[in-house]
Design a protein around this ligand. Structure first.
Ligand SMILES: [Zn+2]
Ligand SMILES: [Zn+2]
Ligand SMILES: [Zn+2]
Length: 693
């Protein structure tokens, strides 16, 4: 009788496809993610005894484990084929414990594949190995650290701010980064500047070209005010416009690297307007397998959690023949043209790429949902582009002299498309002004018109999910498996709210961040967190013992907790009373925290259940109608300042209005960081913010 094998994967979607690849000697089952975890009801880490984690079967997984045990009994060999990363390795390890595989005496192997294709799955058996405890330990360390932080700090948040809040290790520092950015934005004072364009007709042409004021004969000059613009225009009266210089150059735009988790999330956000979580959900579907007519269920992309840009030699040569055939050999990347093989990194991981490039987006379009198609197309194109040649542009910049004044214009023209044949990213907006041939040195141009515009310098932009992923990665505080969960957690907890693509901090997020910065400065310190992530990598490499990290981390946490608890004892936890009287029962209403920030509730609860929105007066009267200005929130929770007379009065300001009126013109001033600025644009008065505002 043939040997019976049992293969356990994570996701049930993969079961069908893998069964078909392997035939009848294989039983394939799914663990449906983790089967054991720390308990919910208690900390589950024995801090007195070497931080031993106490794992229990996840609620609802009992039947599944019983079924797996039955299958184990019938099998001669067991293959653990959970996902190829730390999390997957840990699931395999938990399976050996939960199913008591060591006691069965049966051979147990760990196999991994980066893609759900027949070849990848079959090949994985030749690399069968034991469970890699270094990977498992790296995951355990992360789990335990996160648990210690969450479990110990959350109760302090409940006592100080609102019940049910929770603090997380990576989430807290992500929140802090967003808060810091919002502070920078609030403190930014826009500077006025002007541009001056001139339309000029080249000799023998019907269409004018537009050149921009650059400066004077002795160098670049900025225009700060309208007076300066008028002065330049006046000085140009009767002047001839002559081409002084024509400079040609070449610019190369490098082909992009294939996607990692982070770059996929960023590009999907920019190009498809997908949130990071949506990107991961759809990518998971593409990875696990989609039914394709005539092929059955096939995994369309490689594993989606990776920070590697490595590409297997097979995928490279498949791309090379596709590109040669469709775009010509000259479109191959330099390395492929030279026949060089991939970088010699002994990296088990690969970039995110199509599992089979002959399955072009058009070919599979009908079998995919619209979102699956769009993401697959993005991944397919990006991968092809990464194997193609750089694009080259010819650039022309022209300097025009008019008396002492200088204008400039520039244009660029693609001379070789290279990878642009398949992929243009969103940042790649190249001005396509073609220049008339007659625009040569010495040519005299006919003046047509001036066009001047007022501008203000833009402050730092609000974070988006894409830019946050970018910064989390650059700062070293995120990993492929954590970007999306971190971002969805801070939104799910109403610490951060998304309006359009922008992320804003809510009142609740501000309160949590303030307390974390005060009581747990290291937890919200970017360098500390980045270093912690490096240590976790060290566990994976076998250079650091996982419990050493926890041992070193815990005493400081414990001390900070004790200190914070002591300080809390001095704070009365009673709700703050407001001036507002309950119209139902006459009690003074109290201020409470709801999911969207502060609100007023009657202390007569439960007899009186009156609640109403809380608008904190800021002690400044409305410049439009004289009523009180109050702190308000948008529907999504972003804080702004409005008028108590709303809806009759429409006054609103994102910056906090100041009690101090402008000493120069009497208008309202607003806070920008530690300065006050006049809201009257004509006036523009700026001063230091007084100490007690
Ligand atoms: Zn009441
Ligand atoms: Zn008003
Ligand atoms: Zn003023």
């Amino acid at each position: 009788m043939a040997v019976k094998n049992l293969l356990i994967v994570e996701s049930p979607t993969k079961v069908k496809a893998i069964k078909k690849f392997l035939g009848s000697n294989y039983d394939v089952a799914a663990s449906q993610g983790h089967v054991r975890d720390l308990p919910r009801s208690q900390m589950g880490v024995d801090v007195e005894h070497d931080f031993e984690p106490k794992y229990i079967t996840i609620r609802g997984k009992g039947d599944l484990l019983a079924d797996l045990r039955k299958r184990v009994k019938k099998a001669d060999r067991i293959y653990l084929a959970t996902d190829p990363d730390r999390e997957g390795e840990a699931i395999s390890w938990h399976l050996t414990k939960a199913l008591k595989l060591e006691d069965t005496g049966k051979p147990v192997y760990r196999i991994t594949f980066n893609e759900i294709t027949k070849k990848a799955v079959k090949d994985s058996f030749s690399e069968a190995r034991d469970i890699d405890m270094q990977l498992v330990d790296a995951q355990q360390a992360r789990r335990v650290l996160d648990r210690l932080v969450g479990y110990q700090i959350s109760p302090l948040l409940w006592a100080k701010i609102k019940r049910g809040l929770s603090a997380g290790r990576v989430q807290s520092v992500a929140l802090r980064i967003i808060c810091d950015r919002e502070e920078e934005i609030a403190a930014f004072i826009p500077q006025e500047y002007w541009t001056l364009d001139v339309s000029l007709l080249p000799p023998g042409e019907k269409k004018p070209v537009v050149a921009r004021y650059y400066g004077d004969a002795d160098g670049k000059r900025e225009l700060q005010t309208e007076e300066e613009v008028q002065e330049v225009i006046k000085s140009l009266k009767g002047k001839k416009y002559v081409v002084e210089e024509v400079k040609k150059g070449e610019r190369v735009k490098k082909a992009p690297l294939p996607f990692t988790t982070s770059t996929l999330q960023q590009e999907a956000s920019k190009a498809l307007n997908f949130g990071t979580q949506k990107t991961m959900r759809i990518a998971q579907q593409l990875y696990e397998g989609v039914d394709i007519k005539g092929r059955g269920t096939v995994g369309l992309i490689t594993y989606l959690r990776t920070d590697s840009t490595r590409v297997s030699d097979e995928a490279r040569s498949a791309a090379a023949s596709y590109i040669s055939e469709h775009f010509g050999k000259e479109s191959l990347s330099g390395d492929l043209r030279a026949g060089k093989s991939g970088a010699k990194i002994q990296d088990a991981h690969e970039a995110i790429r199509p599992a089979d490039i002959t399955l072009t987006p058009v070919l599979v379009k009908d079998e995919l949902s619209r979102d699956q198609f769009r993401l697959y197309q993005l991944i397919w194109r990006r991968f092809m582009a990464s194997q193609m040649a750089d694009a080259r542009y010819e650039t022309t910049s022209v300097r025009i002299a008019a008396g002492e004044r200088r204008f400039s214009l520039s244009a660029s023209r693609t001379v070789f498309d290279g990878f642009l044949n398949v992929y243009t990213d969103e940042d790649d907006k190249i001005e396509k002004q073609t220049l008339a041939q007659s625009l040569e040195k010495g040519a005299e141009l006919k003046f047509e018109d001036f066009d001047s515009k007022q501008h203000f310098t833009a402050g730092p932009p609000h974070y988006t999910e894409a830019s946050l992923v970018h910064d989390l990665e650059t700062l070293g505080i995120g990993r492929p498996s954590t970007f999306a969960p971190t971002i969805s957690t801070i939104q799910g907890r109403h610490y951060v709210t998304k309006e359009g693509k922008n992320l804003y901090v809510t009142e609740l997020g501000e309160a949590v961040n303030r307390m974390m910065k005060e009581a747990f400065p290291s937890i919200v310190d970017v360098n500390f967190t980045a270093n912690m992530e490096k240590l976790l990598d060290g566990v994976e490499d076998g250079t650091v013992r996982w419990k050493t990290i926890v041992e070193n981390f815990y005493p400081d946490l414990e001390e900070a907790i004790k200190k914070a608890e002591k300080e809390l004892e001095q704070v009365t936890i009673a709700d703050e009373e407001s001036e507002e009287v309950c119209e139902n029962c006459g009690r003074h209403m109290v201020i409470k925290y709801g999911p969207h920030g502060k609100f007023l509730a009657c202390p007569g609860f439960p007899e009186c259940r009156n609640t109403k929105p809380y608008f904190e007066k800021i002690g400044v009267t409305c410049p439009k109608c004289g009523k009180d200005l109050v702190r308000k929130k948008t529907r999504k929770g972003r804080v702004y300042y409005g008028c108590a007379g709303n809806p009759e009065c429409d006054f609103m300001s994102w910056q906090k209005p100041s009690k101090t009126a402008c000493p120069q013109c009497g208008a309202l001033m607003v806070e920008r960081g530690n300065r006050l600025t006049c809201t009257n644009q004509e006036c523009g008065f700026i001063t230091e913010k007084p100490e007690e505002e």
